[in-house]
Design a protein around this ligand. Structure first.
Ligand code: BGC
Length: 427
């Protein structure tokens, strides 16, 4: 199960090595957002609300100090639209100043900021008027993006317009089913689920896919015409669809609306963000469950670190060789930090193999810098740094020191251990 060729890879000059977060997941009290409304609605499916999260809205200097001290040279974070524009057209100058300070703070510390403009959450008012499905959603997004130029001109180079548009289109479809059939009718699998076949059979919302591509293009025009030298892209959830023998056509048809159309839309971009965690096997009848006995993580995903190299190769194939790749997310939800190290070691070995084969990769940003709010629950811990939920004290894990040392050395060593844990089950 080892994926390494047994050789180390010296990282190219300027390679970004760091970690990532998103505003809603770490800041706390994002009260004007659609997610806050959802979390605090009676009967909501979420296990627990985000509340104070990791209080990074106030503690970001400490987070950046830690990342720098650990050895990283980059930090990916997001700007919260709901804070910038809490009511339609009303821009909070204080919020703009807050994120300007973050950009300056990152640069002062030697952390290259990679800034996401939209990471799943929208202002509540935007959601209430139809969200991405509203006819003018792309224009509204572009108007917000224009207000972020004051933040970006503080020294940002890499901007991601929209995080995981493919997940947004899929989650919209799930949300519509919930409205129609109730939550219980949707999460059921097989013929008990509203999707008849479970969530895997849900088709992404086509209108939202189109709106997101329009929004990305409109945002890119705003960002490029500002002449700030911004490098603009978006970040796609790479699902690593693997066809079982004989299911190649089924897998390709399954992957296209769920991933490839979003990669194709990036062909003229300055870079593309790859986000990979695990694989999804597709049989002749569609998606297959995780193989019985395979190790799974706290999110229930198969422990499959090689997903990263495969995602990078697939992305390069679809987008083409001229668009550089930045790995903007890769990581594991686990309470066992040794498994985090093993997972990451093998993910990086598969990335190094892809780079040795000539794929232009410019950075690796681990998900996540901190244990954070995993969209409905704090249980799956993805962080390199633990956060005490009561005192908010930060405590770097061994994995943080291990990965930080690698960032400092500028090399990916060959994987030392076997990836397979032997024993199945979530850790
Ligand atoms: C998202 C993150 C999320 C992570 C782990 C990605 O889908 O961009 O917000 O926490 O995966 O589930």
């Amino acid at each position: 199960m080892t994926s390494s060729t047994g050789r180390e890879l010296v990282l190219p000059d300027g390679f970004l090595m760091g970690a990532a977060t998103s505003a809603h997941q770490v800041e706390g009290n994002n009260v004007s957002s659609d997610w806050w409304a959802l979390e605090n609605r009676a009967g909501s499916f979420v296990v627990e609300p985000s509340g104070d999260a990791a209080d990074s809205y106030h503690r970001w200097p400490e987070d950046m100090d830690l990342l720098r001290r650990l050895g990283f040279n980059s930090y990916r974070f997001s700007i919260e639209w709901a804070r910038i524009e809490p009511e339609p057209g009303r821009v909070s100058r204080a919020a703009v100043e807050h994120y300007r300070a973050m950009v300056r703070g990152a640069i002062e510390r030697g952390l290259t900021p990679v800034v996401t403009l939209h990471h799943f959450t929208t202002p509540r008012w935007f959601a209430e008027r139809g969200g991405w499905a509203a006819p003018d959603s792309a224009e509204l997004f572009a108007a917000y993006v224009r207000t972020t130029l004051d933040i970006l001109r503080a020294g940002v180079r890499y901007v991601a317009t929209i995080n995981e548009p493919n997940m947004v289109a899929l989650m919209t479809a799930v949300h519509r089913l919930v409205v129609e059939h109730g939550w219980d009718g949707v999460i059921g699998t097989g013929d008990t689920g509203a999707a008849a076949g479970g969530l895997g059979a849900v088709e992404p919302a086509q209108d939202v896919t189109e709106a997101l591509i329009r929004a990305h293009r409109a945002a890119t025009t705003v960002l490029k015409s500002a002449d700030l030298g911004l490098q603009v892209g978006w970040t796609v959830a790479n699902q690593v669809y693997q066809a079982e023998p004989g299911a190649e056509r089924v897998a390709a048809a399954y992957a296209r609306p769920r991933e490839d159309v979003f990669l194709e839309a990036a062909r003229d971009d300055d870079w593309i963000g790859v986000q990979a965690y695990t694989r999804h096997r597709i049989g002749p009848g569609g998606p297959l469950p995780v193989t019985e006995g395979a190790e799974t993580t706290l999110t229930g995903w198969e422990f499959y670190p090689e997903a990263l190299g495969e995602a990078v190769r697939h992305t390069a194939r679809v987008v083409g060789p001229d668009v550089p790749i930045i790995v903007t997310e890769n990581g594991i939800a686990t309470g066992d930090d040794e498994r985090r190290i093993t997972y990451t070691e093998h993910a990086l070995a598969s990335l190094a193999d892809a780079m040795r084969d000539g794929i232009d990769v410019r950075g690796y940003l681990h998900w996540s810098a901190l244990d954070n709010y995993e969209w409905g629950t704090y249980r799956p811990t993805f962080g390199l740094i633990a956060v005490d939920p009561h005192t908010f004290a930060r405590n770097p894990k061994e994995s943080a020191r291990w990965l930080g040392a690698m960032a400092r050395a500028g090399r990916i060593p060959p994987a030392r251990t076997r990836a397979s844990a032997g024993a199945p089950g979530a850790r």
